[in-house]
Structures are given as structure tokens and as C-alpha cells.
Design a protein around this ligand. Structure first.
Ligand code: 5GP
Length: 187
């Protein structure tokens, strides 16, 4: 692997996607988003090949069997995974792969690649109450799914100690600037 990898994680609805959008506006960072494969159906604002590679359950299972994933995980009955081919093609183009995964996926990547080859960033919400508010405002989840996400959040926070950098997403601009600094200081 020529470059380091960036592993970017945090509880769902913490604002990872909004932060990413800001980070990718900065062309000096030389990072490229690794597009995950998922069996989840696209949300109305999502495009295939941009937000995810949306694939069928059958295709996903075949890729697991063929050992194509660096890691994969299941969320609420949908599978999500980081393809080895995606990371390789980003590295080959001399960019830094930026992998957004859930906390468990991030843990697997840290175990596989070792801390020296990674910049690991955990985005934390200011509070549990604020996270719940953000999930409700996003208006994409049913009350049952909101409950599931909140209990998952408590589980995910247990792994916060594994990450080299913890950034609280309190104020978007400040949070993005902190992450830019982390990236610049570690590549
Ligand atoms: P969402 O359905 O909201 O897009 O994503 C649900 C969760 O899946 C988020 O926590 C997100 O970080 C995670 N996720 C996205 N891509 C991957 C991936 O490639 N691997 C793993 N393990 N989790 C992923």
C-alpha cells in the first residue's frame, strides 16, 4: 500500500456524510472516497456509484465467498462492505483512500492494516439527546429504526478508545477544520 488509509467512523446520523461533503471540496487534501457496496435500497437523494454501489443480496454474497471485501457488516438486515478493488484503485491513482465505515467495520480495518498504516477518526455527537434529534430531523427512519439506531449508538461508543482521533461534531465548520488538520498532520 503506497499511502495511508483514512478510516472515518462514528455512530450513524452523527453527520459523517455532511462532513465528508465539506472535506471533499478541499482539493488540496488528495483524498478519495471509497465507495462501499451495499444491499440497502437507495434513498431518494442517492445515486448508484456515487453514494454506494447498490448491489443485490446475491451479488454481495458472491463477493463475500470470493473474498473481495476488506471488511463487511450488516446493519438492520442490509449488508455493507469495503471492496479490496476499490481501495487498490484509489491507491494506484496516488490518492489517499477515505473509508467511511461503521465502528465495527473500522475495528476490523484497524486489526487488518495495523495502526501505523491508518489515520483513524471517530466522529462523536455532542450528546445522545442531540443524536436522537438529528435522526428524527433526517426523517428517513421509522420510530422502530430510530430506537434501533439509538441502542446501536450505545454499543458503538464502547469502541471509541480504539481510534487515534476523536472529533466532536458540535459545530460543522470547526469539526471539518479539525479533521483537515488531522489529515494534513498525518500524511
Ligand atoms: P446508511 O444506511 O445510513 O447509509 O449507513 C448505515 C451504516 O453503514 C453507517 O454507520 C455507515 O457508516 C455504515 N457503512 C457504510 N459503508 C460501510 C462499509 O463499507 N462497511 C461497513 N462495515 N459499514 C459501512
Amino acid at each position: 500500500m503506497k499511502n495511508k488509509l483514512i478510516v472515518f467512523t462514528g455512530p450513524s446520523a452523527v453527520g459523517k456524510y455532511t462532513i465528508e461533503k465539506e472535506l471533499f471540496k478541499d482539493k488540496n487534501l488528495d483524498i478519495q472516497l471509497s465507495i462501499s457496496a451495499t444491499t440497502r435500497k437507495p434513498r431518494s437523494n442517492e445515486k448508484d456509484g456515487v453514494h454506494y454501489n447498490f448491489i443485490s443480496e446475491k451479488e454481495f454474497v458472491k463477493k463475500i465467498q470470493d473474498n473481495k471485501f476488506i471488511e463487511w457488516n450488516e446493519h438492520f438486515s442490509n449488508k455493507y462492505g469495503t471492496l479490496k478493488s476499490e481501495i487498490k484503485s484509489i491507491s494506484d491513482s496516488n490518492k489517499i483512500p477515505f473509508i467511511e465505515v461503521d465502528v465495527i467495520g473500522a475495528r476490523k480495518i484497524i486489526e487488518n492494516f495495523g495502526k501505523d498504516n491508518l489515520i483513524s477518526i471517530f466522529v462523536s455527537p455532542p450528546s445522545m439527546k442531540e443524536l436522537k434529534k438529528r435522526i428524527i430531523l433526517r426523517n428517513t427512519e421509522t420510530p422502530k429504526q430510530i430506537k434501533q439506531r439509538m441502542s446501536r449508538f450505545e454499543e458503538e461508543m464502547k469502541y471509541i478508545g480504539l481510534f487515534d482521533h476523536i472529533v466532536v461534531n458540535d459545530d460543522l465548520k470547526k469539526c471539518v477544520n479539525k479533521i483537515k488538520k488531522i489529515i494534513r498532520g498525518n500524511i
